[in-house]
Design a protein around this ligand. Structure first.
Ligand code: ZN
Ligand code: ZN
Length: 501
């Protein structure tokens, strides 16, 4: 059984599944694993609801490498109160959330988005904050026992935001319901109202508090939170002890890694933006990437040539689904990968790899479609083709290694052919002219045969074509490449090259 169905089977009726993030920087592909894990379980369970909680009241921790130094003055302030880097969003938090929310919509994720700065402002945390503060010794006990850290005597499970300087750099001095009294590092003394967004609970208290406030039944979490002594362990004890409720069902997932560079993280810059990968492979393939693996498997993504393999795999999986040749679990992966309804019949797919060549040869989509379509194609297949052409172009611009890039030379470049090269090429040309239908395999095979007969080194023979057509020493797989070019163009160009002195 697929893990989404296993997890769904553990839940009560109409459960609430919660996921979330602190929008402190660009939200990358790695962060999609959490929300897509939640979305798969939502789909697998009747009447389940998924929420995405943006921790917009969290403070900016430091000036990240992607920020300019002007942000120094905002360190310690809530993300919802910091100006957005581009000037067109409501806040810093919104700036980084907006593209991500757009991405999850494209991925077909159905969820409600909550912002913690609004939840605090609307008083939703009031009762939870009160319980935690009134039981602060007990909470402190749990935190020190489980984490092994010591907490100061004046520790409170509440971080006021200084009214004067706007930062969370305060020491709490007293609680006089509903006010938390504090002294700030800036010298200001004030009172924070727990019914308002005057402060927030520390993360390890905020998490169990929201389980209780919202009634969370299931929570996908990264392995960092799940580590021994981590925030899951303390959250579970706090929610049981202080809020008298069970912890949600934890669903622990592994990281997505950038191949050869480690786990993705926006603070280190080792990351692929969610929108970039969507523009490269489309939402179904992103879902597929996450659902074909077990949750405890780390996923390596390589956005260069690795993308080509991934898409080929998706196409093959899809073909297997419609041919009935893949097992139940694999069928489920395909179903969960769909953004819209499962197609009624197998879509016509032009292999991504072929399009990598074709879009570099022909500028005209309409013309390219005529080359690749078959008689049964409908308007929907045409649309899939056009989308894939756009994706290939995006990939070529953003991720493709130089070795796959080329452009066809409009005229024959200066090539000095040796006698043996000329003999080889003329004989190859004769073969081409005498054969009506060229297949990639045949075109490739004939290079080998002719090279052998002429006595020219095979590498040299292959390079000759790249010099003549793209002016580079190497290029795409030759048989396919020649087959994709117009027949007359190939013949004329080779003939000209043979004549040239
Ligand atoms: Zn912005
Ligand atoms: Zn202050």
């Amino acid at each position: 059984m697929h893990w989404a169905d296993v997890e769904a089977g553990l839940l009560v009726d109409s459960p609430l599944i919660a996921t979330g993030i602190t929008p402190s920087g660009p939200i990358h592909l790695g962060s999609l694993r959490e929300i897509l894990t939640g979305d798969a379980i939502r789909r697998a369970k009747d009447d389940a609801r998924l929420i995405y909680i943006a921790d917009s009241i969290d403070p900016l921790r430091k000036v990240y490498p992607f920020l300019n130094e002007d942000y120094e003055e905002y360190v310690g302030k809530p993300l919802s109160e910091i100006p957005c880097p581009c000037g067109s969003h409501e806040s810093y938090a919104h700036h980084f959330l907006a593209p991500f929310l757009e991405s999850i919509e494209r991925l077909g994720v159905e969820c409600d988005v909550l912002h913690t700065h609004e939840m605090y402002a609307e008083g939703e945390y009031e009762e939870a904050a009160r319980k935690l503060i009134l039981n602060r010794e007990r909470v402190k006990d749990i935190l020190t026992t489980v984490t092994g850290r010591t907490l100061n005597n004046d520790w409170y499970p509440y971080n006021p935001i200084c009214r004067e300087c706007g930062k969370m750099n305060t020491n709490v001095t007293n609680f006089s319901d509903p006010y938390v009294e504090y002294i700030c590092g800036c010298g200001y003394q004030g009172k924070a109202d727990i019914r308002k967004a005057d402060g927030k609970l520390p993360w390890r208290c905020d998490w169990p508090a929201r389980w209780w406030i919202l009634g969370v039944e299931c929570e996908p979490l990264g392995k960092d939170h799940a580590a021994a002594g981590g925030s899951w362990d303390t959250g579970k004890l706090i929610v049981e002890d202080i809020f008298d409720r069970d912890a949600p069902n934890p669903v622990v997932y592994e990281w997505i890694q950038l191949k050869g560079k480690g786990a993705m993280s926006s603070s280190t810059g080792v990351a692929i933006k969610a929108e970039d990968i969507l523009d490269t492979v489309g939402p179904e393939v992103v879902r597929f990437l996450l659902y074909k693996y077990k949750l405890q498997t780390h996923i390596d993504i390589e956005p260069g040539l690795g993308v080509l393999e991934l898409i080929d795999e998706y196409d093959a999986w899809e073909a297997g689904y419609f041919a009935g040749t893949i097992d139940e679990d694999s069928r489920r992966v395909y179903e969960l990968s769909q953004v819209d309804d499962i197609p009624a019949q197998q879509p016509y797919r032009v292999p991504y790899k072929h399009l990598v060549n074709l879009v570099q040869i022909y500028d005209d989509k309409k013309h390219t479609w005529e080359l690749v379509r078959d008689d049964k194609c409908n308007i929907h297949d045409r649309k899939l083709f056009e989308t894939r052409v756009e994706q290939v172009r995006y990939w070529l611009n953003k991720f493709a290694p130089d070795m796959v890039k080329f452009s066809i030379l409009e005229s024959l470049p200066e090539v000095q052919l040796s006698d043996i090269e000329r003999t080889f090429l003329s004989e190859y040309l004769e073969e081409l002219i005498s054969k009506e239908d060229w297949t990639p395999e045949w075109l490739h095979q004939k290079v080998h045969e002719r090279a052998e007969e002429t006595g020219i080194k095979k590498g040299k023979a292959f390079r000759l074509f790249y010099r003549i057509f793209i002016g580079q020493p190497r290029g795409p797989k030759l048989g396919r490449f020649l087959a994709q070019l117009e027949r007359d163009f190939v013949v004329d160009r080779l003939r000209e090259a043979c004549l040239d002195h």
